[in-house]
Design a binder for this molecule. Structure first.
Ligand SMILES: *Cc1c(COP(=O)(O)O)cnc(C)c1O
Length: 421
């Protein structure tokens, strides 16, 4: 028996022993493709596909405006928020059961939370963040700074190594993303939040690359505020609404600036003056995107019979396997792994640098292995454990090996940059 064959047996055993193996059939996945981009846009859960038909044909089509009550459209932001809460360690105490709401995009929610946190910590004006944070996080802080002026809002973006030493009593808000979108490196929310609180700093955690794939305990870790994404690991569909978490202890002092009617304490009284809802609902602005939010609502039911710990375990096993297989192929030495090998520091993606990363990614896609590229030179592979098998990983690395060893990426067609990379 060759070494290769033994390894393939191992992989078949991993699939046979995988407690999440049967979840794959709950997704619509195109034939003969391996989807390593669930961290960017989750695939279509069948239950969401059914809901799409129902919400369009029956609810919107037949029941028209009565659906706001009949199909509880008006409750969606709250009910979807509750489903999400159970996946991020929020609402764990009965007395603080309303800390998460589904609304708007991550970007818009960051704006609301930054303004809220700055107004709570009003004797300070600095927002501390990481210079290689997802750009929209920094952009929203820059926009707020432009609006309020540098005296009231100043963004201080430092490199990762300097974050902790930059936390001092002059900082109002710390805005960080738990899992770095490029490298996949994980921040220790509990420890950093504790450190920030010792200096009176409020924290906002962006969970875009972590919610749904890694255990999170927002309540137990004393997080002040958080945002996260509906279309990545939650599989809510393109542009699915995001969510906001605000710890109960801040509710009495919150004041977010996008004071739309849905965040009013009684929107259907149509008063001329804004009076914000006393709780988490004040983070609503305008009318919810009902169709999109309904799909997310359905998609979240895929998580009903699994635990985040199971998901995390499989996510690590998938990325461990990917790393092991890459190491086994000498041709893949040109790929430089920039994701930490240490399990606790690794999210659910791997990032490799290569000067031909873009073309390699295009060649992979042409072979049915959908990965992605992040400028300037990163090949990123994401592991969304509910629909990936260990065999998928095997096939991906075999294909990657062929593309690199046979220099298939040199083909001109793979060198042309498309609009969305
Ligand atoms: C995906 C992602 C976003 C996306 O923001 P949108 O406003 O929903 O487009 C924001 N932050 C991080 C860290 C992300 O990974």
């Amino acid at each position: 028996m060759t070494k290769q064959e033994i390894f393939f047996d191992d992989i078949e055993r991993m699939d046979a022993q995988d407690p999440l193996a049967n979840k794959q059939k709950e997704f619509y996945l195109p034939d003969n493709k391996v989807y390593l981009d669930g961290n960017s846009l989750g695939p279509l859960p069948l239950v969401a596909k059914r809901r799409a038909k129902e919400v369009v044909d029956q609810q919107w089509g037949d029941d028209l405006i009565t659906s706001w009550n009949r199909h509880q459209w008006i409750e969606l932001p709250t009910s979807v928020g509750k489903k999400i809460a159970s996946l991020i360690g929020a609402n764990v105490k009965p007395e603080s059961a309303n800390q998460v709401i589904c609304c708007d995009s991550v970007s818009v929610n960051i704006f609301k939370l930054l303004a809220t946190a700055l107004s709570i910590n009003s004797d300070r004006h600095k927002i501390l963040s990481q210079s290689d944070n997802f750009p929209t996080d920094l952009y929203m802080a820059q926009g707020l700074s432009q609006l309020l002026g540098n005296q009231r809002c100043e963004l201080v973006a430092v490199d990762e190594a300097s974050i902790e030493s930059s936390i001092d009593d002059s900082i109002a808000v710390l805005l960080l993303t738990q899992i770095n979108f490029r490298t996949g490196k994980v921040h220790d929310i509990k420890r950093i939040t504790e450190l920030a609180h010792q200096h009176g700093v409020l924290v906002i955690w962006d969970l875009a690359h972590s919610a749904g794939v890694i255990p999170i305990e927002l309540d137990n870790w004393n997080v002040d505020f958080a945002v996260g994404c509906g279309y990545k690991y939650f599989n809510g569909g393109p542009g699915a609404p995001a969510f906001v978490y605000a710890a109960e202890r801040h509710h009495a002092n919150m004041q977010q600036p996008l004071s739309g009617w849905m965040g009013h304490q009684s929107p259907f009284e149509f008063n001329a003056n804004y009076q914000s809802d006393a709780g988490i609902k004040q983070f609503l602005c305008g009318t919810p995107a009902v169709v999109s939010m309904s799909l997310l609502d359905a998609a979240l039911d895929v998580f009903n019979d699994v635990t985040i710990n199971q998901i995390r375990e499989k996510s690590l096993a998938l990325s461990d396997l990917f790393i092991r297989l890459v190491k086994q192929h000498t041709c893949l030495k040109s790929l430089q792994l920039i994701t930490p090998l240490e399990r606790n520091n690794r999210g659910s993606q791997l990032a490799f640098t290569h000067d031909q990363a873009y073309a390699i990614c295009q060649a992979l896609i042409a072979e049915g292995i959908i990965a992605d590229f992040r400028a300037p030179n990163i090949l990123r592979v994401g592991f969304s454990p509910l629909f990936l098998s260990f065999k998928d990983i095997y096939r991906s690395v075999e294909t990657l090996n062929r593309i690199i060893s046979e220099k298939i990426y040199e083909n001109e067609a793979f060198q042309v940059r498309q609009a969305v990379t």
